[in-house]
Design a protein. Structure first.
Length: 286
């Protein structure tokens, strides 16, 4: 590795909090070391990052482009201090935001990867969804160092037959929708499109709803303004709060107060709920 970059994150940032559950087929986080395989300028590149006690995040990569790509994936420059201030006195997220203040989403390498994650994660248990995603990526994407693989591109997914995805375990209808969408638009171009236009375009596709759009926006485009409406974890949280069964669409009411921070609020609510940091009392076990 020939490039080393020492970055001071903008605003509160904890690599340990942010990357704790980020390991997948393209990256790992072990003993404080984040390792990822990236596709950079037509080649496969290994990059690593770690955080020093003073908060500095050091990135070591094979090129400046690779270091910059990993810097974006770790969201080092996306200061969320305004969000923390906005929920400081919030009855739901106030205490949790102080305990988790360094938490930011770790992004995936391509928008296509985020879309694949969204299709794999629909209506199934999270661990099973991750296994399915890893199986598909390991089968179809180039391998790099550390037994990791690069993220799929729009072209990679569009070149597949839906039957190939079905053979790997993805529901036939979801596989067909994924391939059709990747053959229709270049997903990386969505970086230059406003979030409401992205949501409108994706939701026209069969099999894509608000939760899937939220995954693409949060993990693929790096945006905080579109919530994970319908997330099963948020459904459980809302059920605990209301003491009755709830539907996925009702979680929009949970996220509505956070407006332009709805995506980041989704992540904080899920992380806080899993740690028992939300004021739901004994209902949390419901």
């Amino acid at each position: 590795m020939s490039v080393e970059l020492a970055a001071a994150p903008r605003g509160p940032y904890s690599l340990a909090l942010s990357a704790r559950l980020s390991s997948d087929a393209t990256r790992t986080f072990r003993d404080g070391l984040f390792t990822a395989v990236l596709a950079v300028d037509g080649r496969t590149e290994l990059a690593r990052a770690w955080q020093s006690p003073d908060g500095t995040v050091t990135i070591r990569a094979e090129s400046a482009a690779g270091a910059g790509r990993l810097r974006w994936m770790l969201a080092l420059d996306d200061d969320h201090s305004d969000f923390l201030r906005s929920v400081r006195d919030d009855a739901m997220l106030g205490p949790a935001s102080r305990a988790l203040r360094g938490l930011r989403p770790v992004r995936v390498g391509t928008v296509a990867h985020a879309l694949l994650r969204a299709f794999c994660g629909q209506l199934i248990e999270a661990k099973r969804a991750r296994r399915l995603e890893q199986t598909i990526i390991r089968r179809m994407c180039a391998a790099g160092g550390e037994r990791l693989h690069v993220s799929p591109t729009t072209r990679d997914l569009g070149a597949l037959a839906p039957s190939q995805l079905r053979a790997l375990g993805l529901h036939a209808g979801r596989g067909a929708s994924l391939v059709r969408l990747c053959r229709t638009i270049e997903l990386e171009r969505l970086h230059g499109v406003p979030t409401d236009v992205v949501a409108s375009r994706l939701e026209r596709e069969r099999g894509l709803g608000p939760w899937s759009v939220g995954v693409v926006c949060l993990e693929g485009l790096g945006r905080y303004d579109y919530g994970l409406v319908g997330d099963l974890g948020l459904v459980k949280l809302l059920r605990a709060l209301r003491g009755r069964p709830v539907e996925g669409w009702e979680t929009a009411e949970l996220l509505e107060p956070y407006r332009e921070w709805a995506g980041l609020a989704s992540m904080y609510l899920l992380a806080a709920y899993s740690r028992g940091l939300l004021p739901v009392g004994d209902a949390r076990a419901a």
